[in-house]
Design a protein around this ligand. Structure first.
Ligand code: 6PG
Length: 249
């Protein structure tokens, strides 16, 4: 594992692992450490899981190797985004996380975005659920996991979509023309309020987007992952293939 030196955008910390397996293993260690710290300090660990396929390796490893390393009775699970599909759909981020992790452990609570509902209603409902959970205060997650697409999107903050400019909402529905679909997503404001944001990115296919996000002055509307700037900067956990354009110097 190597921490890349470099003046990366948004004060990012960039850690490169030799393989996707090493990345998953490191991400498990990071999750366990952050859970222990949060539970020790605040009596609970509030995490938003990433969607897509990259996190599966991490979540399966967490269930297999670290089930007993986390006090799941103090862990509250939310999601960064969701597709507008029912929870039993193969496209559901909730189903991915449930199959890989949640069905193997017993978190204190799991709060899925209800993709089966009208998107505007589902977003409003999630905002209410988050507000209630955080006692009416602005939601501050202990950890938010994110992935990126090869177009530079993160969560369901896709290039040139309306959700990018929303600053007065916790979560919103978002029309994604290129996929001809509606998505549900936490807003950049909610993500940036987190105590820690960790991106999990693997594979050659993401190398181009990573270079744009971390090293260029590209417009964040074109590469929305550039909008993610939590205090202290985001942490990027990459495999060598994804980092190939960063290490080229
Ligand atoms: C989703 C995700 C999305 C994901 C990226 C990467 O709902 O698809 O939340 O932001 O993290 O699209 O997906 P992969 O890990 O499958 O490449």
């Amino acid at each position: 594992m190597t921490e890349l030196e470099g003046n990366f955008n948004n004060d990012a910390t960039v850690i490169v692992h030799d393989s996707a397996e090493d990345l998953a293993s490191a991400a498990v260690g990071d999750f366990v450490r952050r859970a222990e710290e949060a539970i020790g300090e605040r009596g609970r660990f509030v995490v938003a899981l990433a969607g897509g396929s990259t996190p599966i390796a991490t979540y399966e490893l967490l269930a297999k190797d670290a089930r007993d390393s986390v006090d799941w009775s103090k862990v509250h699970v939310f999601f960064g985004d969701e597709r507008t599909v029912p929870p039993d759909s193969e496209d559901s981020n909730f189903k991915m996380a449930d199959d890989a992790l949640l069905s193997h452990v017993s978190p204190a609570s799991v709060h899925r975005m209800r993709g089966e509902l009208d998107p505007a209603r589902a977003a409003e409902e999630y905002e209410r659920e988050l507000s209630e959970f955080f006692g009416g205060e602005r939601p501050v997650f202990d950890l938010i996991h994110l992935g990126i697409g090869d177009d530079g999107h993160t969560a369901s903050l896709f290039p040139n979509t309306d959700a990018l400019d929303v600053s007065d909402r916790i979560a919103v529905e978002n029309r994604v023309e290129k996929l001809d679909t509606m998505r549900l997503t936490l807003t950049k404001e909610t993500i940036n309020a987190a105590r820690a944001v960790v991106f999990l990115v693997a594979g050659e296919g993401k190398a181009g987007a990573l270079e744009k996000i971390l090293k260029s002055n590209a417009d964040p509307h074109e590469f929305p992952s550039k909008l993610i700037r939590p205090a202290g900067g985001p942490v990027w956990m990459l495999d060598r293939a994804a980092a190939s354009k960063l290490e080229a110097g």
